[in-house]
Design a protein around this ligand. Structure first.
Ligand SMILES: [Zn+2]
Length: 363
């Protein structure tokens, strides 16, 4: 338990801990990195280290067992706490619901301010709560911590927060987590110190998965490490079974589209995308088709080291030998049309058939 459980980006993590040790931790931190890179995990760990009642010796760390660590950890599963908060609001009378903003708070000194649905933006009412509480000294911890899991702010909310960022009190730290620092006002960015979380190299992520997912084969781990694009959280949450299923279907569709020989296997697959099983299955299929097309592009461009579906190399090579750049471009465009059709609720199975048949070579 402690920072040793944070995988990757060790320089950034050490730098943060050294700042804590020197009592020079910034009061406003922008944690930037791709989805699944561990931005929230790191913010939670720092909140625990700032408030741990029994910190281990050495560089600042947290025990994970004291009252403060345990209470902060109740918000580790942010998705679950967020869903509960939204549900609690739904249960209110309509008049009360309107003025109730969404927060996640499991410790009196640590407040998490997620984008408020349905717009999924941080609203001024949420920032007002920050302003109302931030000038009180922490009660049970040493540091008041505010975590914004995303930086999609409504304009007035951003302006209100800016005032806090200009002069935060000594005993408060704000974490702003972002996939895209460019969406923040430059005036906000300039008041924060940025901790950047870079994606892990595929080999490093593979080695990590070997420990965390021993039930996966080496080929499967290599595949997930590439598809997760270096993000630990995405790799751990990866649903390998449903990806594998979607990919079998996607390969059947591409085989049929590039040869046009016999439509039976194609129809057998698309038949299962009638829409009854929901959009999710089709969305996964489309994402998989895109990733295979991208791999074909890498193979045709002589860059096989960039291929992500490494475990399907033989099949991909056979496909790549049959198609050219124009075909791949047309296929990507065709997928776009299938997606548009889904938004108009066209029958997914028919759209997929039309997609495959339109790409067949002329006889
Ligand atoms: Zn502790």
């Amino acid at each position: 338990m402690g920072f040793q459980d944070f995988h990757g980006n060790s320089e950034t993590v050490s730098r943060a801990r050294e700042m804590l040790a020197a009592a020079r931790f910034p009061h406003a931190v922008l944690v930037a990195g791709p989805n699944g890179a561990g931005k929230y995990t790191l913010a939670q760990m720092l909140a625990k280290a700032m408030n741990c009642l029994a910190p281990p010796a050495g560089l600042p760390d947290f025990c994970g067992r004291c009252a403060n660590c345990l209470r902060i950890a109740q918000a580790d599963d942010l998705d679950a706490r967020f869903a509960e908060a939204v549900e609690a609001r739904e249960a209110l009378r309509e008049a009360d619901r309107k003025d109730t903003r969404i927060f996640v708070q499991t410790h009196p000194d640590v407040l998490i301010v997620p984008p408020d649905p349905p717009q999924r933006l941080v609203k001024v009412g949420q920032v007002r709560r920050v302003i109302e509480t931030i000038y009180f000294r922490p009660g049970e911890g040493r540091e008041r911590v505010y975590i914004f899991p995303a930086t999609a702010f409504m304009k007035e909310a951003a302006n209100a927060l800016l005032k806090v960022l200009e002069e935060p009190p000594e005993y408060a730290t704000l974490f702003l987590l972002t996939e895209n620092a460019g969406e923040l006002l430059p005036t906000m960015r300039s008041r924060c110190v940025t901790f950047a979380l870079a994606p892990l190299p595929a080999a490093e992520l593979e080695a990590y998965l070997a420990k965390q997912r021993p039930q996966w084969s080496a080929k499967q781990r290599a595949l997930v490490a590439r598809l997760a694009e270096g993000a630990v959280g995405r790799a751990l949450a990866f649903d390998l079974a449903s990806y594998t299923r979607a990919r079998e279907d996607a390969l059947t569709i591409l085989r049929s589209a590039s040869s046009g020989d016999d439509h039976t296997p194609l129809f057998r697959v698309t038949e299962t995308y009638r829409g009854g099983e929901g959009k999710q299955k089709t969305e996964q299929l489309l994402r998989t088709l895109y990733s295979l097309l991208e791999d074909l592009l890498f193979l045709r461009s002589g860059a096989p080291e960039l291929v992500r579906n490494t475990d399907a190399a033989a099949e991909l090579n056979a496909l790549a030998a049959r198609v050219d750049f124009a075909w791949i471009a047309a296929a990507a465009q065709g997928l776009n049309e299938v997606e548009r059709g889904m938004r108009r609720n066209l029958l997914q199975s028919l759209s997929l058939d039309a997609f495959a048949v339109s790409l067949e070579p002329a006889k």
